[in-house]
Write a protein that binds this ligand. Sequence first.
Ligand code: SF4
Ligand code: SF4
Length: 449
Amino acid sequence: MKVSRYNKLIEKDNYLILFNSISNAILYVEPNKVKEVKEVLESGNIEEIKLSDEDIEKLKKGLYIIPDEFDEITYLKMRLNNYKYSDRFLRYTISLTEECNFSCVYCYQQMLITLMDKKPAKIAKNLVNTILNMTEKRFEEEHPKVLSITFYGGEPLLALDELETLSKGFEEMCKKFDVKYEANVVTNGYLLTHDIVNRLLNCGVNSVIITIDGDKTLHDKYRKTKNDKPTFDKIMENINYAQDKMYVTIRTNISKNSIENVKKMIKILAEKRWRVDFDFQPVEVVEELSTGFNDEMLTLREFANVEAELYKEVITLIHDYPFNPFRRLRMARCDALCKNSCVIDVDGSIYKCWGEIGNKFSSVGKITKEDIELNHKFEKWITYEPFEDQKCMECSVLPMCMGGCVFNAVVVDRLNGSPWRKPYTCIPLKYNLKEMVSLLSNKKLGVKI
Ligand code: SF4
Ligand code: SF4
């Protein structure tokens, strides 16, 4: 036997918490065994282990100690390939309209539309039908088990009829082929009235992601309507109803001077006892695409500290909050690596990354009369592997991350498709794994030895 290279040892309140980033298992070591377990896992002297057979079994089960012939990198290569080439999932992000009722100060999408002096486009009826026909064909040929749809925009609720037609069609198709249907909408929340929540539920959409950037003062500074009106109060009124009926995620973009306002927002939501999930993201400022945003972005390391601090706040204020920092990471940070995952733009162009919508050069194909026609940029995405990158090979969160956001590696370096690079590649867990596991352990999950 040997020690896994993906163990994290965290000492807390006389206990030792063991985490393994391949198995995602958490094991609590009782204070009287801490010295022994720590010495063995740090020195690698498994032969000298003095634990009971039962405890050793627990260490094996969580992959903290592994058989000599288990090459973890080879295993991760296999696992990543299974994930990338699996027919189990079919995932589409569908952009329904370029139009938006907001003019957020940091929005590149709306800025590009204005710069190009373009009329915002909406998905056409015949494209809606083609997407449905194409999906049915793929159900017949590939037999997926899960269809996962994200409705995106602009503001997708400005194309509600098209959303309903698509979602009802998907829902019926899923019933017919016994496929699980998961659908969510990324919305600014302003139009999410009672009536619209009910219409979404009636067509199988039971999850929404709403961006709120802090308390009223800050949110209204960044996220106004096109007519320069504040939006915070209206969104809160809408969430009040929505959170009782559907799964609501509050996505918050964090910059250097927004942290205290975000804490106030958490407090407001906690006091209301609403059932919402929190998703904190760092604001990404690309200098070449300057917008009206005038705060500074955080470095990833700074963001990682802030993220842990904010989740601590959430857990303290909302006692039954279902905190799980690993939930959103399936087998990799970036779904674009999967062959069955794509973004469909309003004009039927296909992209791998939602951030590329509208950049025709990076399009990996288009929807023809009844199917997807791919070009050779597609392979550049699918064949990307983090094992080519030395920093990933040495990284303790590689099993969860698998190369992070691959935009720079694929769009910039492989496709020469962007003059600018994204500021972040890594996932925050690279810097805050210890804090996140420690927060999770407050909830007394996992097995003890
Ligand atoms: S490349 Fe980055 S931005 Fe694009 S889908 Fe992947 S993680 Fe998201
Ligand atoms: S966190 Fe960064 S270094 Fe680690 S695997 Fe992800 S991209 Fe690679």
